[in-house]
Design a binder for this molecule. Structure first.
Ligand SMILES: NC(=O)c1ccc[n+]([C@@H]2O[C@H](COP(=O)([O-])OP(=O)(O)OC[C@H]3O[C@@H](n4cnc5c(N)ncnc54)[C@H](O)[C@@H]3O)[C@@H](O)[C@H]2O)c1
Length: 267
């Protein structure tokens, strides 16, 4: 198990608030996606664990099952349309419906000057972080539209609402995620379908493990790094608690919200 996930295991819950819900979680092989999968399954949801890393995705499924939860793993690159259509179909084959998509898979870019970002690097960040979110929304909305209900939770970032120095591609991709969230929310607002986005600040996952070193090498350390204003990175489990709330009926009046959970980073 990733050392950063050490605090993300979850005791089996007797609060079955998500019983009967079918929830797809992308990027579920690690970090926020893994912690959310474990918590949602402990609350009674059937989880569809999606990741392009087969070993870590299977490991999340094992953790879910050893905790008394139920689910399946589907290998997919969220940037590839056929893979996305496949995870949607596998979900329907296994469970017959989709209540929630936690559209969470994403990648970091190397901290570097705008002018040094290669076109290939820019394309890949946009493909995974923006097109991957778009594809998940597109194919899941087709299902939810027929169902007449559903909720999509996209993972954006504080970089969806403000720029981060030396992270131009990542910032652009996450601004795009906020745009897709609002555009879909307004279109489906009267159709029983809600779309929201979460914006984590610094979360201790494999994605951020290399950040201190990269910042040192880039020669620019923003004032709020490395203490993230609040004095520490979040544990993935703290983000998962927000996902659990959003994925429940308790968030029923929220749609089109761009929700910060950043330890004051953007203050
Ligand atoms: N960690 C942070 O500080 C932070 C802050 C803001 C936003 N986020 C966002 O949170 C989300 C989850 O990140 P995390 O911190 O848990 O990172 P992580 O690296 O721990 O987990 C990301 C998971 O996504 C998977 N993945 C990456 N690209 C994929 C692809 N193309 N197809 C399928 N799976 C893919 C990886 O294999 C990995 O299991 C990302 O969208 C990230 O941008 C993270």
């Amino acid at each position: 198990m990733d050392k950063h996930d050490a605090l993300s295991s979850e005791p089996a819950s007797n609060v079955r608030t998500h019983e009967g819900k079918v929830i797809i979680i992308t990027g579920a092989g690690s970090g926020i996606g893994r912690a959310s999968s474990i918590k949602l399954a402990a609350r009674g949801a059937k989880v569809v664990i999606v990741d392009f890393n087969e070993a870590s995705g299977q490991e999340t499924l094992d953790l879910v099952k050893s905790n008394g939860g139920d689910g399946i793993f589907v290998q997919a690159d969220v940037a590839i349309s056929a893979d996305v259509q496949n995870y949607v179909q596998k979900t329907l084959d296994a469970f017959g419906k989709i209540d929630v998509l936690f559209n969470n898979a994403g990648m970091m870019q190397k901290f570097q000057r705008f002018q040094d970002v290669s076109e290939e690097e820019f394309d890949r960040v946009i493909d995974v972080n923006l097109k991957g979110i778009f594809l998940g929304m597109k194919y899941v909305l087709q299902v939810m539209d027929k169902q007449g209900y559903g909720h999509i939770i996209n993972t954006a970032s504080t970089t969806a609402i403000r720029a981060e120095h030396s992270l131009a591609s990542y910032t652009a991709s996450k601004h795009g995620v906020a745009g897709l969230t609002k555009a879909a929310a307004i279109e489906y607002v009267r159709k029983g379908i809600r779309i929201n986005a979460i914006c984590p600040g610094g979360v201790a996952t494999s994605m951020t493990a290399a950040v201190p070193q990269e910042l040192t090498e880039s020669g620019y350390i923003p004032e709020e790094f490395p203490n993230m204003r609040i004095g520490r990175y979040a544990d993935p489990a703290e983000l998962a608690e927000i996902v659990v709330f959003l994925a429940s009926d308790a968030s029923s009046y929220m749609t089109g919200s761009i929700i910060l959970a950043d330890g004051g980073l953007t203050l």
